[in-house]
Design a protein around this ligand. Structure first.
Ligand SMILES: Cc1ncc(C[n+]2csc(CCOP(=O)(O)OP(=O)(O)O)c2C)c(N)n1
Ligand code: SF4
Ligand SMILES: [Mg+2]
Length: 248
């Protein structure tokens, strides 16, 4: 019998702690498939964030490090500079990257560090029970904005757009996990995020719009519709910068 489906070598065979319908597991599987396809498992080093993906080091079967909240780009910078032949990536949530870690990501991109960042934007702080994130959309109800986000909490931070004005950034794209078609595009885009580093073209960030059904207080299916119908109005999908095509 032909085997048509198997677990990527870069993923360990362990039970997941993610809630039903969570996007983190999908994104991590795609990263593992991409690392396998590059034959890079032995030389990959990932940095886990603080957030629901803090346990990413329990799932990937390659070297992983942990960083304090928001600091994966700084840790990735140090590791990549010391081990330039390794494939180094930071994996971050939106609270981690766009709130407490906003200074690290801006300076890392601005320095053009030759690393890859996978940025999982689920519009909320998942791990700490659903507070507003910098990427929560206007009118979004969270436990800290029970009536919905208003301008007094500021406006949703558009990370790809923000980093695109920096001379140091080389590849910036926003994708989503809302449909099988979007998941396939996410895999291709993650691959480009890694080949940017392999080609020594500098800083690459892939923002993935992802579902947190628990703190959107929705059924998993509804949370995917929320990505397509609500999140993408604020966070349009697309490539914001590409060193290969000079798109910026
Ligand atoms: C220095 C510090 N401040 C605050 C926290 C509490 N904290 C843990 S995770 C988190 C937010 C995580 O949100 P996000 O990065 O969006 O990850 P998600 O769980 O949504 O994937 C916060 C505020 C912490 N662990 N350390
Ligand atoms: S709380 Fe949200 S982000 Fe965290 S594991 Fe559950 S669904 Fe995923
Ligand atoms: Mg989040």
């Amino acid at each position: 019998m032909e085997k048509i489906f198997t677990r990527p070598e870069s993923l360990l065979d362990v039970p997941t702690h993610y809630c039903a319908g969570c996007g983190h597991g999908v994104v991590q599987r795609l990263i593992a498939e991409v690392i396998d396809s590059l034959g890079a498992r032995e030389k990959t080093i990932g940095i886990a964030p603080v957030g629901c993906a803090v346990l990413a080091y329990n799932y990937f079967d390659f070297d992983m490090s942990e960083a304090p909240h928001g600091r994966p780009p700084a840790v990735a910078t140090g590791i990549k500079r010391v081990h330039p032949e390794n494939l180094v990536f930071a994996y971050q949530g939106d609270g981690d990257l766009a709130a407490i870690g906003i200074a690290e990501i801006i300076h890392t991109a601005n320095r053009g560090e030759n690393i890859t960042v996978i940025f999982v934007n689920n519009a909320v702080y998942g791990m700490t029970n659903g507070q507003m994130a910098p990427t929560s959309i206007m009118n979004q109800k969270t436990i800290t904005t029970p009536q919905g986000r208003t301008s007094s909490e500021g406006y949703p931070l558009k990370v790809c757009e923000l980093l695109s004005v920096l001379d140091g950034s080389s590849f910036l794209a926003r994708v989503s996990t809302s449909t099988p078609e979007n998941i396939r595009l996410t895999k291709k885009t993650i691959l480009k995020g890694f080949t940017t580093q392999i080609e020594k073209k500098g800083f690459a960030l892939v923002e993935v719009l992802s579902a947190c059904p628990v703190y959107l207080r929705m059924e998993p299916e509804e949370s995917l519709k929320f990505i397509d119908n609500e999140m993408t109005k604020t966070f349009p999908l697309g490539v914001f910068k590409d060193w290969e095509t000079n798109n910026s």
